[in-house]
Structure formats: C-alpha cells, structure tokens
Design a protein around this ligand. Structure first.
Ligand code: SF4
Length: 312
C-alpha cells in the first residue's frame, strides 16, 4: 500500500535534512520509490505552491488525506512566554501545527537531537523541547502518554545531525513490519544500543592510556580532549559518514551529540578531570578499579603505541 510522509521543520538548523540528502545505495529518491512513499511535503524538496501546500495540510488535518509518517526535525519552540511565536507557519505558531499533525499520524519520528530532546534548540527563551522528552525528562511537548495512531510512542533518532542510514533504516523497517526495540529514551537499539567508543579506530590507544594532549598527536581523545565516546550511545563508528569517516577517525572528539543532555554546559574540547582522571568514566566502571587498571595499562603499553606508529 502506498504510504505518505510529511516532514515538518521546526526549531533547528536543517542539518538533518541536509544529511538525508547524503543517502546512497539507495539514494533518497530511490528509497522513496522502493518503499512506495508519497512525500507529501518536505521544505527543501517539495515544489508545491503555498496554496497547494495549505490544501494538503487541510486535507491531512481534516482527515481526507491519510498520514502514515510524520517526521519532525528541530525542537518544538514554545517561546516567548508559551506563545510559540518565535517559530511560525502561516502566521501561526508551528507548535500548534506539530500537535495537530501528530494526532493524525500513524507514526511520529523525531529526526535529530533537537526534535528528540530539545538539544541546541532548547536553549534560552526559545523554550524549545523535544517531542516526548526535554533532556532526560520524559514528557516533552506531546506528553509522556502520547501514542501515534499505530499505538507507538515517538521514535527518537538523535544525532546532530542524525545519520541518513538511520532514517532510511527506520522507514524500511516500518515498511517491512520489522520490530525495532527501543531504549529508555525511545531510540531504536539497533543503532543506539552501542557506544560511540565501540568501533573507534583509537580503541587500542584508549586501552593502554596513550593520550592525545594536543590535536594531531595520534592517541585517545578521552583523557584530555573531551571525547564522550565511552559514555555516548550512537552509531557514529558503525555507520560512517560518506562510508568513510567519523569524528574520532579524523581526530575530533565525540561531543556526545546523541545524548539527551546535549549540548553540555562545559567546553567541548577539554576533559573535565581530577588529577588527570576524567570525571565522567566509561559507563559502568567504578573509579578505584579504573585508576588501578589504567595505571597498569599505561605501564604495559607496547612501544609501537607509545611511539604512535599505528596507522590511525
Ligand atoms: S577517541 Fe573517543 S571513541 Fe575513540 S577510543 Fe578514545 S575515547 Fe573511545
């Protein structure tokens, strides 16, 4: 059966849309064709006139046009003072449109960290929030009890931006009826069940505590350069960008952009630590054992690693 998709852009930078254009094998047009999806609206891809767009919206909201998938990109902006007038469509707050469309949708997908948790868009008096979370707090804009017409909560696909293969994968899974178990923050475990650290080519440096103090030294970025890889869940070293790269592969620390509390209120490129031991330890590790283990590991580091002769 032909399915329909409406893409609503709210308070964000549009990078999730730009990332989606990087889909390849199949590319976006081919994916929509293969899944038999009728793209009702996308702000960067549709060429409907404003009048035609309004007619489409009226049909969806009036129940004459079925809406299978609603993708929301960007935080829901409620400012100033709860009016939502910082982010409007047709002179009205876009938050009202988001609420009305969500009621009509068989599936709601939050694409990117802002739509999922508020992210960058929740800062200051924008009063932004994610669809069903604000940071780590459940509820968000639609409320904790919200369910789309298919009975599912909002599917969160965090990432700043979200990797295109995740969006494509969720659409394909829905089409095939493949279940996608979710984690505590409603993100599919298929992509958010592993740490960014897993799959990083600098793992051996981490293991033996060969640190990168200055950018370009070749070492693990966790100890001094603020890498969140051991604490952030996401597919960044599983699904590479352009099939080739991730932040850590090119020597940039993971900023934890898939996490509900991103962006953190402290500097990105510096590790918070006490006596050179990071404050935020890898998930599940206790401090005493970690200090003992890392001291021994550093002493045991092979010479080729200390001299940074591997090809990272
Ligand atoms: S650079 Fe970051 S992701 Fe890579 S091994 Fe070090 S801590 Fe893990």
């Amino acid at each position: 059966m032909r399915r329909t998709l409406y893409w609503l852009q709210c308070g964000g930078c549009g990078a999730d849309s730009m990332a989606l254009l990087s889909l390849e094998a199949p590319d976006l047009a081919e994916l929509l064709r293969l899944l038999d999806i009728d793209l009702l609206w996308h702000p960067s891809l549709s060429n409907d006139s404003p009048k035609r767009h309004r007619e489409r919206l009226d049909a969806i909201l009036g129940g004459d046009q079925r809406l299978d998938v609603l993708c929301v990109e960007g935080a829901i902006i409620r400012g100033p003072g709860g009016t939502g007038m910082y982010n409007t469509f047709d002179g009205r707050p876009k938050k009202d449109l988001a609420a009305a469309l969500a009621k009509r949708a068989h599936l709601v997908i939050a694409v990117g960290t802002c739509a999922s948790f508020g992210g960058v868009g929740s800062d200051g008096d924008t009063e932004g929030t994610g669809l069903q979370f604000r940071g780590r707090t459940r509820g968000g804009f639609l409320g904790a009890d919200f369910r789309s017409l298919s009975g599912q909560p909002v599917i969160n696909l965090p990432g700043c931006p979200c990797h295109y293969d995740v969006v494509g994968g969720v659409l394909a899974a829905q089409d095939l009826g493949t279940p996608l178990p979710l984690d505590d923050y409603q993100a599919p475990l298929e992509w958010y069940g592993l740490l960014v650290h897993q799959g990083c080519v600098r793992n051996e440096y981490h293991e033996y505590r060969v640190e990168e103090r200055e950018f370009g030294e070749k070492g693990c970025l966790y100890f001094f350069r603020g890498c969140h890889g051991p604490t952030a869940y996401g597919p960044c070293n599983k699904l590479l960008w352009n099939r080739r790269n991730s932040k850590t592969r090119v020597g940039v620390p993971c900023h934890g952009c898939t996490e509900p509390d991103f962006p953190q209120p402290y500097p990105f490129f510096r590790t918070r630590s006490i006596a050179d031991v990071p404050l935020d330890l890898p998930n599940g590790v206790d401090r005493a054992h970690y200090i003992a283990y890392k001291t021994m590991a550093a002493a045991a580091a092979p010479e080729r690693l200390r001299e940074r002769k591997t090809r990272v």
